[in-house]
Design a protein around this ligand. Structure first.
Ligand code: FAD
Length: 307
């Protein structure tokens, strides 16, 4: 039983503002989801710590989100608290920590977008993060998911991660402790709020870095249905194959349930054609999984996180 009034009283006492019944449509790239009972957008680490402590005391585990670009929120919404780390918590700077021979270390707060981090690296003539340019998430979401593209992953460049425990205590993990693997990290199994990450990069040629970033961005624009709301690749890559190739092979391109559709442009994406509900997406996901299993033997696993 959640004690919303007690939570709100504590937040008020600590001068922390919140929104009530905030539609998650506005906080997910899928543009789907019912309302969150309490929606919090902290602007400092101290505030995050206070919020976590209050919620922990009231036994209300928050859903922590960045840009919501890997999320499918259910139609009934979230009967609890959502902690959203965004623009107000998005500093990026050169760091002296984790110094290594031949490397420059960059620190980014978890609400910073990957786009902002990549542009900062370009300005500093640092190479290593080009692969992440165009992934529409924040540092927190990218580290939690070990986001990757074009042969690169967060695990290749992250050397340290800072987080707050659910009790609001600050801790730090080395890259090894962060336990990265394909679309998985320590944070897949442990509830914590990532507050920032350190990236070790090399000095490079600015024109070459820019060319690579532009190339990856163009490939995304050419291949992905960026004109429709989605949460990116719906399924993880199965061992030895590609989800999009299997879905295409099964003739599922264009298949729809309600407002959810398998993209005609990229079969790996389920898109919201305008009025999709979470139920439409989940029903379509079931059709895809069943058909692919029957016709190819592959068991697809969702990459998007269901809330
Ligand atoms: C068009 C499109 C293209 C995409 N392309 C790619 C791609 O090429 N490669 C790829 O890997 N992904 C891709 N994605 C998916 C998504 O952008 C990434 O997974 C991204 O890293 C998620 O970041 P986010 O801030 O949106 O996280 P969210 O979607 O908000 O959250 C994702 C997960 O991270 C957790 N999380 C978020 N912030 C924190 C935090 N501060 N502390 C603890 N946990 C946190 C959430 O609880 C959730 O479990 C794509 C998505 C779209 C819409």
């Amino acid at each position: 039983m959640l004690h919303f009034n007690e939570i709100k009283d504590c937040l008020k006492k600590n001068d922390i503002s919140w929104k009530e019944n905030e539609s998650m449509v506005h906080h997910t790239t899928f543009r789907i989801g019912g309302p969150a009972a309490i929606f919090l957008e902290p602007w400092s680490e101290q505030q995050i710590s206070e919020i976590l402590r209050i919620l922990d005391e009231k036994e209300c585990a928050p859903v922590i989100i960045g840009r919501g670009s890997n999320l499918l929120v259910n139609d009934h919404g979230i009967d609890g608290a959502v902690l959203c780390l965004g623009e107000a918590f998005s500093e990026v700077s050169i760091s002296e920590k984790y110094a290594q021979e031949g490397k420059v270390v960059v620190f980014a707060q978890s609400g910073a977008s990957l786009t902002k981090l990549c542009r900062f690296c370009l300005e500093q003539e640092l190479t290593g993060l080009e692969f992440a340019y165009g992934i529409p998430g924040t540092i927190g979401g990218a580290v939690a998911m070990n986001a990757g593209a074009y042969g690169g992953e967060m695990k290749d460049v992250v050397v340290g991660v800072e987080h707050l425990t659910m009790g609001g205590v600050k801790q730090e993990l080395s890259a090894a402790q962060a336990d990265f693997s394909y679309r998985h990290s320590y944070y897949s199994d442990h509830a914590c709020c990532i507050t920032g990450a350190y990236f070790a990069l090399e000095k490079g040629d600015k024109q070459a870095i820019r060319r690579l970033m532009d190339d990856y961005m163009q490939r995304r624009q050419f291949k992905q249905p960026l004109e429709f709301p989605s949460a990116g690749s719906t399924f993880k890559r199965p061992e030895g194959n590609y989800a999009s190739a299997l879905i295409d092979q099964c003739g599922l391109k264009g298949r729809s349930v309600g407002g959810a559709q398998v993209s005609e442009k990229h079969a790996g994406f389920v898109i919201n054609t305008g009025s999709a509900t979470a139920k439409d997406v989940l029903d379509l996901v079931d059709v895809i999984k069943k058909t692919v299993k029957e016709k190819t033997g592959y068991a697809l696993e969702c990459e998007i996180k269901l809330i």
